[in-house]
Design a protein around this ligand. Structure first.
Ligand code: HMG
Ligand code: MG
Length: 304
């Protein structure tokens, strides 16, 4: 095995945001809060709480600023809010948020559908956010969607992904998460994206964000680990999807990611029992079977 770098893998839990933004029936604020309270017990150190976007576009994420304000704060847990523009950023700032995430894509069509502007225009909006973030000492994470395929344009050139990622780093993002938005990628294609990025960027600035539509997320993460990536986004109980990427399913489940990483000798800081409790509780709230293979095996062996 040719694994580079340190043994610790950072997991960014995106369930409360990416996971719940696509639910047909939006969860109540109380259920969203309970999910985050559960996640806070798991040892996860980075949790995306929600998004400050237009409620007309994504009603499921309404009142994310209020949700943030109501959560107890733990100095060991970094919460963040997704913000597409200065209006969203200011809502996050008003509730004392210390990290935001901006999001664009390597595809023009997806950017138009998702945030109603071109890639260049998205950067104009981020420039305002960056200026205010710097003045207020707020950390900014970046996202690039459609790193392999776009639901509207098809295959995306890895060099375009690298270019957009570099622009986000240059403008001040401390880390950029590369989103395999529709889950069609296979490891060979993911490898080409990392090759393009790693030729000019250090792995510690880069995160992998894999949706699991075709069951390839774990294989893609394994490939990413081989190339030195040590930061991954995941979603408890594999929740999620993107409202502007029809048919795309949830992120890799945090449970399956935990299993892969722990069996490969990586440390994550996760408390397994607490993770399984969080996973079971949200599955019950949603009245849905958990797609995580590991979670299902865990409960079967417990009940046997
Ligand atoms: P727009 O219609 O172009 O915005 O939408 P606008 O500036 O023209 O304003 C129109 C109205 O929206 C106005 O209200 C604004 O005040 C309001 P009105 O005067 O009509 O009452 N507005 C806002 N309200 C609340 N918060 C805001 C905000 N901004 C404007 N921040 C906009 C542009 C970006 C707002 C819209 O397109 C939007 O909200 N898009 C969000 C899309 C989204 O959340 N997508 C999912 C997240 S991305 C994702 O899932 C991918 C990722 O997981 C990685 C991967 O998997 O690839 C990250
Ligand atoms: Mg996503």
């Amino acid at each position: 095995m040719n694994l580079q770098g340190s043994n610790f893998v950072k997991i960014v839990e995106v369930g409360p945001r990416d996971g719940l933004q696509n639910e047909k029936t939006p969860l109540t604020l109380e259920d969203r809060k309970n999910l985050i309270l559960d996640l806070m017990q798991t040892g996860l150190k980075n949790i995306e709480v929600g998004s400050c976007v237009s409620a007309k576009w994504v009603p499921q994420m309404s009142d994310s600023d209020r949700l943030y304000a109501e959560l107890p704060k733990d100095p060991n847990i970094q919460f963040s809010l997704l913000t597409p523009n200065i209006k969203g950023f200011e809502s996050a700032l008003a509730v004392g948020c210390t990290e935001v995430a901006v999001f664009t894509a390597a595809s023009e069509s997806f950017t138009q559908k998702n945030i109603n502007c071109s890639i260049d225009e998205s950067f104009d909006k981020f420039a305002d956010i960056m200026a205010s973030a710097k003045a207020n000492n707020i950390k900014v994470r970046g996202y690039v969607s459609c790193i392999v395929d776009c639901p509207y344009e098809g295959a995306i050139d890895p060099h375009k992904v690298a270019e957009v990622t570099q622009r986000l780093l240059d403008m001040g993002c401390y880390e950029v998460s590369l989103g395999e938005t529709i889950g069609t990628a296979t490891p060979d294609r993911v490898a080409k994206v990392w090759d393009a990025c790693l030729s000019s960027m250090d792995a510690h600035y880069l995160a992998g964000h894999f949706h699991n539509t075709y069951g390839m997320a774990i294989a893609n993460i394994y490939q990413s680990l081989q190339q030195g990536i040590r930061i991954f986004d995941s979603s408890i109980a594999g929740l999620g999807g993107c409202p502007y990427a029809k048919g795309a399913s949830g992120n890799v489940s945090t449970e399956d990611l935990y299993y892969l990483l722990s069996k490969m000798g990586f440390t994550t800081g996760i408390d397994l029992d607490a993770l399984m409790k969080a996973s079971q509780n949200i599955s019950q709230v949603l009245q849905r079977n958990n797609p995580s293979n590991y979670a299902n095996a865990y409960w079967q062996t417990r009940c046997a």
